[in-house]
Design a binder for this molecule. Sequence first.
Ligand SMILES: [Zn+2]
Length: 203
Amino acid sequence: MRTNHDARRTDLLDRATLVLNRSWRPVHVTTVRRALVMVFREAARIVCPESLSTFTFGEWVRQPVVNEINAIRSPSVRVQAPEVVLLSHYDRVPCHEAPFTRRNLFLRDDFTCQYCGWRCTNNHLSVDHVLPRSRGGMTNWENCVIACVGCNARKADRTLKESGLRLLRAPARPRWTPYLTLRPSQRMDSWNHFAPDAKRRKA
Ligand SMILES: [Zn+2]
């Protein structure tokens, strides 16, 4: 039987952990589970976001657990879930292009209608072609935005000018960041020390 405690521990192990390269630049986001494996194999060290001290697995286990909510317990160890890890060898910055997908488009526009600014769940939102497909509009980062059902219907098969609607901002290919695939609410506040754009956006 899965207890509440097991469920909470699973959630904690699946929580996001920021991965820094050897030069302390954010390169990736992984799960607590995978971060602990990397640290256990000495491919990374755990970073304390406040003191910026780094720890091996053995050293981390000996650290006092400051926040019980963040504690992973097993019969033999009780350890704080890491929020940031530092790779021991990797020094490069990955050069990724953000793939154009429906999900990434929702993330770029932060689940917000780009015409009226309504931020809501995705069942009220859809993808709108700024220049309609019937007029030769392309399906790409520069011509697609998230729009609410109401604005989408209002715009219909018209151009921006014809509809009188205005965009909150010009749609563009997003710069790749390690956080691209995370919803703002999944990001940890402690990451702000390492990358200002990791900041959670206000709901
Ligand atoms: Zn709208």
